[in-house]
Design a protein around this ligand. Structure first.
Ligand code: FES
Length: 152
């Protein structure tokens, strides 16, 4: 058994402690925000927060996340009370296929939590390692700037 705190709730999962966290989130806890892409830490589709900091859940053994606050997109906002980034991504239509969107928003949320009004250059740098094959990066940059109360 591995004890976790996910989106504010304490849970216990009966899994191999070495299994990557993303499998536990998706398969055992049915949280499908984080997506499995490269499985090598290179695409960012699986990005979640560990203690408020963006992390790649494909690289983290579930045992390493025990005792930490795990947040997925499902814990960031709700349809009734969306996170400002979720509102901004919709307003800027900052997605196409949507596969990378959860990871993109979690990556951006980590930045805004530590720096509420980043420069556009800082946003670009912070978001650079999260890939989007649809070419929506310019819209995502605008969405992050909008969420921070700034125009891109
Ligand atoms: Fe984790 Fe690509 S699936 S970084």
């Amino acid at each position: 058994m591995v004890k976790l705190t996910v989106n504010g709730a304490a849970v216990e999962v009966d899994v191999d402690p070495d299994v990557p966290l993303i499998y536990v989130l998706r398969n055992d806890l049915r949280l499908n925000g984080p997506k499995l892409g490269c499985e090598r830490g290179q695409c960012g589709a699986c990005t979640i927060h560990l203690n408020g900091v963006a992390a790649r859940s494909c690289l983290i053994p579930v045992k390493a996340a025990a005792g930490m606050a795990i947040t997925t997109l499902e814990g960031l906002g709700t349809p009734d009370k969306p996170h400002p980034l979720q509102t901004a991504f919709i307003a800027e239509q900052a997605l196409q296929c949507g596969y990378c969107t959860s990871g993109q928003i979690m990556q951006a949320a980590s930045l805004l939590a530590s720096k509420p009004r980043p420069s556009e250059a800082e946003v670009r740098s912070h978001m650079d390692a999260n890939l989007c094959r649809c070419g929506c990066q310019p819209r995502m940059i605008r969405a992050v700037m909008r969420a921070s109360g700034q125009e891109a």
